[in-house]
Design a protein around this ligand. Structure first.
Ligand code: ATP
Ligand code: MG
Length: 273
């Protein structure tokens, strides 16, 4: 686990009594019901929950791609939908199925959000994209490659560079290590850890991967029954009696990851509140 920021660090995301609903042929589907969540500067908050519990939709609410049916989402003091082009610079997102555009080169993919704003000359945009390429551990020799020539781990890195191109203080990651082999997943976690430290980022991450979860989070929030049913350190979360938590953390896979966690000092850290 990464150490949590101070309990009074500024609020970056504030979600109050959020309802998200979708109309379907069978009627109204309620994805979030009175959901509350506050995320403070410097946190790496991991969202876990069963498939279809609304994790991706929650990230899309923070990004302003979905809108509350009721309740409120505030990002850096503003409603995400009202942030406009400037707002796009404040939140970077690594999409769950965030494929790169295959017709564009690696560098063009990274530069895309900056190019769309049409604020900078091409030369500067190119340089900015090259800086980000290095930041994610790739070199200029990858710049002109096509995405189809990259490994899965490299594709994730390029997508991360694209999410960071506007230097956003808030980064949203949807299943960042899904589909990677264990070695590439570990490398990607190392990269995220150092970027979080160096850039002072606030991160909201969805992950099914217990190693990534325990490696990177400052806090874990569990989504079930249309709400965040509990959030805190692993020991606080696993004490919750919800069946999803029993199954997820205390099943075979969870046991092994928890044992690995107990080898680290953070796993034993007492709750701060
Ligand atoms: N645009 C949409 N229109 C209608 N229903 C939607 C839309 N987006 C999401 N949903 C529904 O909302 C629910 C939550 O979806 P979401 O993608 O957030 O799940 P998830 O928790 O990310 O699942 P997974 O772990 O499989 O990625 C699902 O039932 C999904 O079908
Ligand atoms: Mg999802």
């Amino acid at each position: 686990m990464i150490d949590a920021p101070a309990a009074d660090a500024p609020r970056v995301v504030e979600i109050l009594k959020l309802w998200t609903t979708f109309q379907s042929p069978e009627g109204e589907q309620v994805v979030h019901r009175d959901l509350d969540l506050t995320i403070r500067r410097g946190e790496v908050l991991s969202l876990v929950g069963g498939s279809g519990t609304g994790k991706t939709v929650l990230l899309r609410q923070i990004l302003g791609l979905e809108h509350p049916a009721r309740g409120q989402v505030t990002v850096l003091g503003q409603r995400p939908g009202q942030l406009g082009a400037k707002g796009a610079a404040k939140v970077g997102m690594l999409f769950q199925h965030g494929a790169l555009f295959s017709a564009f080169s690696v560098l063009e993919n990274i530069a895309l959000p900056l190019r769309e704003l049409k604020l900078l000359p091409d030369e500067l945009i190119r340089d900015a994209a090259l800086v980000k390429l290095q930041m994610v551990g790739l070199g200029p020799q990858q710049a002109n490659k096509s995405p189809s020539d990259l490994s899965g781990g490299m594709i994730k890195r390029v997508a991360l560079a694209r999410a960071l191109i506007m230097d956003p203080p808030l980064l949203l990651l949807d299943e960042p290590t899904a589909g990677l082999d264990p070695e590439s997943a570990d490398g990607f976690c190392d990269l995220l850890r150092s970027l979080h430290r160096e850039l002072g980022l606030t991160v909201v991450m969805v992950t099914h991967d217990l190693d990534t979860l325990f490696d990177l989070s400052t806090r874990i929030a569990v989504l079930a029954d249309q709400q965040v049913i509990v959030s805190g350190l692993p020991r606080e979360v696993i004490a919750h009696p919800h069946p999803f938590i029993r199954e997820y953390f205390l099943g075979g896979r969870g046991q092994r990851a928890m044992e690995a966690l107990h080898d680290t000092p953070a796993g034993h850290a007492p709750a701060e509140r």
